[in-house]
Ligand binder design. Structure first.
Ligand SMILES: [Zn+2]
Length: 493
């Protein structure tokens, strides 16, 4: 791909210096990884079942662009199926996932998939989403008048659907490490809904029902059903939303599963919500692959911004709990082609809340604390998104103070990031000279507009120093830690 000339000319990229601010893989890494990534995709394709129209022999090629900041995969014209289906999309996403995970040391999050040098919409132009047609991220003036409250569609991934080949009702995903994705995503949705209502004052719409009553057609509880059936019962006349495109080749039995995926963004467009958040858990053939990821549709910069913030603030939230502080969270939202995002005409992201194929992740996914922490972070991300903030974790600096005995000094605390007030603080004593009574520091800052000061006094015949570890906890439960010290000086004379 890259000639010797290009290799010599791109010294800056080789040093990892990128002129447009995104990470760049060093040249030697690219040269090492390109054949490895190509072989991985090749091996995957060799055991993959073909869709109608796809050729048996595929010659994939994976390479970095000259800048080293984007990966390219070309699957050839041979990989294009007769019809565009969610099954096809899932195959593409499995391939990009293989490439991303294997290329992770180079931290490249941009990936283009080509089919003989053309993108997929060359072959299926009718599948272009609003972002490709230039009507994404709409801002409706009438919306602003209608209500000041923000409106969000929370879409719990998957759910039971009717498989017309097996003539039964079944979940879309297989159980793995005691997780069935279809049934765990509504639990995350419940947490997220509550946080969005409480903290973002959002009006929340749900793609799936929360009712335990039985859906007569399937004889299964409504809450286990895929969005398609819920939307159908809400909007029976709007067949274009829940009955759109049953393009799966006859025999696969997956038409209603495809319609389910498509019904979610189409429902969001119908409602005219401000954003869509799709909740999923992830899967990978390699059980060691783990961590939180987010995905957005490539042509939507607002979705990318929301996806990046989602990662940032989920990481921040997990950081406040020692059990999950080191839980792996991706650095950057990834552009991928998911119908769920592509067909939405507002910011739309998929949050993959760990891999149910990894034992550690699956254990977290099943844990109420993890569910709450991640959804708390996701809500904050949406709030920051709306307020136009970037990614800055909560932090605190608390200067050391020097006090003369029997007087007082105000320590000025500085809080970084975007804490929600009131902010409480409490300390533990790290160092206390013998014979001195050291008291912990504690209190609260009611709001950001009042000065963030703490008054210190002391009583000393001889100089001494006390050290504290101080933990600040904001109203979201996010914590920031720092240390401070007080040096007490006897009164002179
Ligand atoms: Zn999923």
């Amino acid at each position: 791909m890259s000639g010797t000339q290009a290799r010599v000319a791109r010294n800056l990229s080789e040093l990892g210096v990128d002129t447009i601010g995104s990470p760049s893989a060093p040249m030697e890494e690219r040269i090492r990884l390109e054949p490895i990534l190509t072989a991985l995709v090749q091996a995957h394709l060799a055991k993959e079942e073909r869709l109608p129209g796809q050729q048996p022999i595929i010659h994939p090629r994976v390479w970095y662009n000259d800048e080293g900041n984007t990966l390219n995969v070309d699957l050839g014209r041979e990989y294009v199926p007769d019809t565009y289906t969610i099954s096809f999309e899932e195959r593409l996403n499995a391939i990009t996932s293989i490439v991303y995970e294997a290329a992770q040391p180079t931290r490249i999050y941009r990936l283009n998939v080509w089919f003989d040098g053309r993108d997929i919409f060359y072959y299926f132009p009718e599948e272009k989403g609003p972002a490709d047609r230039g009507i994404a991220d709409h801002k409706s003036a009438s919306r602003a008048k209608r209500s000041l409250r923000t409106r969000v569609l929370v879409a719990a991934g998957h759910g039971v659907y009717y498989n017309s080949r097996f003539k039964d009702w079944r979940p879309q995903r297989e159980p793995s490490n005691f997780v069935v994705e279809d049934f765990i995503t509504p639990v995350f949705a419940r947490h997220l809904t509550r946080h969005l209502q409480d903290r973002s004052d959002a009006e929340v719409f749900l793609a799936r029902s929360t009712q335990i009553a039985i859906y007569p057609e399937s004889a299964k509880p409504w809450l286990s059903m895929a969005a398609r059936y819920h939307i159908k019962s809400e909007l029976p006349d709007f067949t274009a939303i829940w009955n759109s495109a049953g393009r799966e080749p006859s025999g696969a039995g997956l038409n209603e599963r495809d319609q389910d995926i498509r019904s979610r963004p189409l429902y969001a467009n119908h409602l005219g919500v401000d954003a869509v958040i799709h909740l999923h858990t992830n899967a990978h053939d390699d059980a060691s692959v783990r961590g939180i990821r987010t995905f957005h549709y490539s042509n939507s910069s607002e979705s990318k911004r929301l996806g990046d913030l989602a990662l940032c603030y989920m990481k921040e939230s997990l950081g406040s709990n020692s059990s999950y502080a080191s839980f792996p969270v991706s650095n950057e939202s990834r552009a991928d082609n998911h119908g769920e995002n592509r067909l939405a005409n507002m910011p739309s992201i998929i949050a993959e809340l760990g891999f149910h194929t990894n034992e550690d992740d699956a254990q977290a996914i099943r844990n109420d604390v993890f569910q709450s922490l991640t959804m708390r972070g996701l809500e904050k991300a949406y709030r920051m998104f709306r307020e136009g903030h970037g990614c800055e974790h909560f932090s605190a600096t608390y200067p050391d103070v020097s006090v003369v005995s029997e007087s007082s000094v105000e320590a000025s605390v500085t809080l970084g990031g975007f804490p929600r007030f009131p902010v409480r603080y409490a300390s533990t004593i790290e160092e206390c000279p013998s014979g001195i009574i050291c008291r912990p520091v504690m209190g609260r800052f009611q709001n950001a507009s009042q000065p963030l000061t703490v008054t210190h006094t002391c009583l000393a015949a001889e100089p001494f120093t006390i050290r504290w570890k101080v933990v600040f906890t904001d109203a979201d439960g996010i914590q920031a830690q720092t240390t401070t010290s007080l040096h007490c000086q006897p009164k002179s004379g």
